[in-house]
Design a protein around this ligand. Sequence first.
Ligand code: ADP
Length: 461
Amino acid sequence: RSSTISVAPMLTKLQSDCATPLPVLRHVADSMSADMRAGLAVDGGSDLKMILSYVDSLPTGNEKGLFYALDLGGTNFRVLRVQLGGKEERVIATEFEQVTIPEKLMFGTSEELFDFIASVLANFAQQEGGKFHLPPGRKREIGFTFSFPVKQTSIDSGILMKWTKGFAVSGTAGNDVVACLNEAMDRKGLDMRVSALVNDTVGTLAGARYWDEDVVVAVILGTGTNACYVERMDAIPKMQGKFSPSGRTIVNLEWGAFSKGLPLTVFDRDMDAASINPGEQIFEKAISGMYLGEIARRALLNMAEEGALFGESMPEKLSMPFILVTPHLSAMQQDNTDDLQTVGSILYDVIGAESNLNSRKIVVEVCDTIVKRAGRLAGAGIVGILQKLEEDSTSAFFSKRTVVAMDGGLYERYPQCRQYIKEAVAELLGPETSQNIVIEHSKDGSGIGAALLAATNSQYD
Ligand code: ADP
């Protein structure tokens, strides 16, 4: 039997279940704005935690001196130093080092993990030289990017709520992660000081803002996803009269937890049910890199079983969860050959599927359907944030230039995804307004961003 005949209606069904026409996008954007307001009103007021970052002075470009950054957000750990030269000289020099966290430390004790971090840092600091200079009498200051859920208590302290991303370190949850690091540095005799504890989206915003003062929103679209933006103090009822000299602060949405009005399929629901956190992070599961490959796999498995997508025999590995990953989808969509050779070899290598041109075309359509939904929903989320700012603004917010800084592997390496984000933003805002909204890639801004926040929050100024 000809596979494409029985599969075609299944593809059509998938496309209609994933469809994001303008009314759907508008509903998502409106719900995002409403959830932001509810989360700003009271803790626990909505899906969005609207976490206060305590970052209320952003880099201006005038920062000077030597600063360090530490970035712990997954299995890779980065240390960086930057010598800043103010408005004229800007970034004089940077150096960084990346280290993989040994697997046993992900399951060890808090002391073991932080001792390891402190020793990498001590070793890195020891190699300082050349263009890097610390003025006499000053300690080396650190911006610490820590991308796990933290209840921030000040710019330089925060309680770890729980480990995620495969970490199961005992003794850190419930404690101040800056204190954990300080104690480890003490044990090593390392005389450095954490001046800013930041989330990676906040670091990205700060890093992008250093170069462009119109940056007000930052979004990460990588393995996971999150967003933050610059908010007015008086628009945050739950702050209850707390004061910042600038009158502004960065708020971290933790938008992966958003869940309203999303067009979800049976494949999304099944993947969620089988996940380690069912019912949670629904937006993240629909738009971030960790999941897009798996959603596509589930759709293809269904087409293979019920529509003979790959003929009578079932590809052996197609039933293995997470065997197909988002970079595969991206690679297949970049295939420009007439007979979709790359698609064919990826299908063969990854899931052991024999394919013909028709089945390859369908596979590409499935990838496109999943990433189109992801990109357009991310775009709607961005517009939700902008809309909230517009509604509260006394000046004509949408008539001036506004920059959204983006980072993360999915955004960076999946051109179609990027395009779909742009299209959705343009559709929602209309041609005139969307000309003022610049969505730009801020590559690895979060490391430098954290160092910049150490500078703006330096104890010496
Ligand atoms: P993090 O794990 O901190 O989010 P990145 O921002 O580098 O790190 O994002 C990595 C993620 O980006 C991967 O898990 C993957 O989902 C996605 N990704 C990486 N390469 C590609 C690619 N070529 N095409 C699409 N997505 C990719």
